[in-house]
Design a binder for this molecule. Structure first.
Ligand code: FES
Length: 152
């Protein structure tokens, strides 16, 4: 089934040039990760070398070679956020989800990623949940958002 899903996505990119990132983004969006089957099918059907595919996948944090949770939670661990209480926010997030930074919950609901900077240091501590940014985040606020996502 996953093979058909991957082939259906690849079908849209056959005979097009410079589409690797777009194609990988679509696979990541649909499957929540880039399985080895996808890498091999892209290689077989589009002739893009496996090394090139892995180079792109490992360069961009948007891609994951392991299954990601339905909700991606990224907590900034950069210095500007750290001095404003980022570690307390990270601790609360780990507790609320029940996993450690860098892990994915067993039910594949959440992936918790520490990041070096989310690019809006003045708003620290910053947390990004499902592509939405929360500035001056507090442990309580993040706990509530996690609880809402869990029950959604
Ligand atoms: S250090 Fe946290 S957003 Fe830059």
């Amino acid at each position: 089934m996953i093979k058909e899903q991957i082939d259906r996505i690849i079908d849209k990119y056959v005979a097009k040039e410079g589409v690797l990132i777009q194609l990988l983004l679509e696979i990541q969006r649909e499957l929540n990760w880039i399985p080895v089957e996808a890498v091999n099918r892209i290689n077989e059907r589009l002739g893009i070398p496996v090394s090139e595919i892995y180079r792109v996948v490992s360069f961009y944090t948007a891609f994951s070679l392991k299954p990601r949770g339905k909700h991606l939670v990224r907590v900034c661990a950069g210095t500007a956020c750290y001095v404003r209480g980022g570690q307390r926010v990270m601790d609360a997030t780990e507790k609320a989800i029940g996993i450690k930074a860098g892990e994915t919950s067993n039910d594949l609901e959440f992936t918790l990623q520490p990041v070096n900077c989310l690019g809006c240091c003045a708003l620290g501590p910053v947390v990004e949940i499902d592509s939405k940014y929360y500035g001056t985040a507090t442990p309580k606020q993040i706990e509530l958002i996690i609880a809402r996502k869990r029950s959604a």
